[in-house]
Design a binder for this molecule. Structure first.
Ligand code: AR6
Length: 194
């Protein structure tokens, strides 16, 4: 899967990719989970199918310890058969009207997972388009939050993380993300196309 837009931010890269996140090799794959950590459809279903039953077995243990995961937060499991070391199961907000802290909670998902990666000295992480499927977050707004939140975090943190991949499943989603990434790149010094 090729990355057709790359933004260089210090020693790190923000990349956009179109395709199936379960096929992209990274240190940590972010899942768009639910607060019950119960599995589901969409990218959650794809990640559990590709990772195998050990992911849910680990989530069962976490659930027995903490009950549920708050919206805007994430829990960590191994990655089973996925081409990764970890899965970060992030809980995005269900979109209601945008006045129930949805933007803040969505940004928190991205920041929480980037912090989890940094704590583990990981070099690469991939994100799906959190909340924009079943949770109905308007894509244009969610894509802008994803791109800007990741870029701001990379500018503020000079740690191990070298590559952040935002993965879109459809051409349409990819175009919307491209629009926001291009706008961001226009404001950044040292950006480049690849
Ligand atoms: N690779 C990359 N992106 C994907 C893939 C894939 N294999 N499959 C789907 N997407 P959603 P949400 C995209 O609904 O809105 C689940 O049931 C999809 O096209 O998966 O955060 C959970 O258990 C969309 O752009 O997540 C929760 O209950 C994006 O992933 C709930 O859905 C997110 O869509 C979470 O809803």
């Amino acid at each position: 899967m090729s990355s057709d837009i790359v933004i260089q931010l210090g020693h790190s890269q923000l990349q956009l990719l179109k395709g199936d996140i379960t096929t992209v090799a990274v240190d940590a794959i972010v899942n768009a989970a639910n607060s019950q950590l119960a599995g589901g459809g969409g990218v959650d279903g794809a990640i559990h199918r590709a990772g195998g039953p050990e992911l849910m077995a680990e989530l069962d243990v976490i659930r027995s310890q903490i009950g549920r995961c708050d919206t805007g937060k994430a829990v960590v499991t191994g990655a089973g058969k996925l081409p990764a070391k970890y899965v970060f199961h992030a809980v995005g907000p269900v979109y209601r009207d945008g006045k129930h802290r949805e933007p803040e909670l969505l940004a928190s998902c991205y920041r929480t997972c980037l912090d989890l990666a940094a704590e583990r000295d990981l070099k690469s992480i991939s994100f799906p388009s959190i909340s924009t499927g079943v949770y109905a977050y308007p894509l244009d707004d969610a894509a802008e939050i994803a791109v800007k939140t990741v870029a701001a975090w990379l500018v503020d943190h000079r740690g191990s993380l070298r590559t952040v991949k935002l993965v879109q499943f459809s051409d349409f989603d990819h175009e919307v993300y491209r629009k926001h990434a291009s706008a961001l790149r226009g404001h950044m010094a040292g950006g480049s196309s690849a």
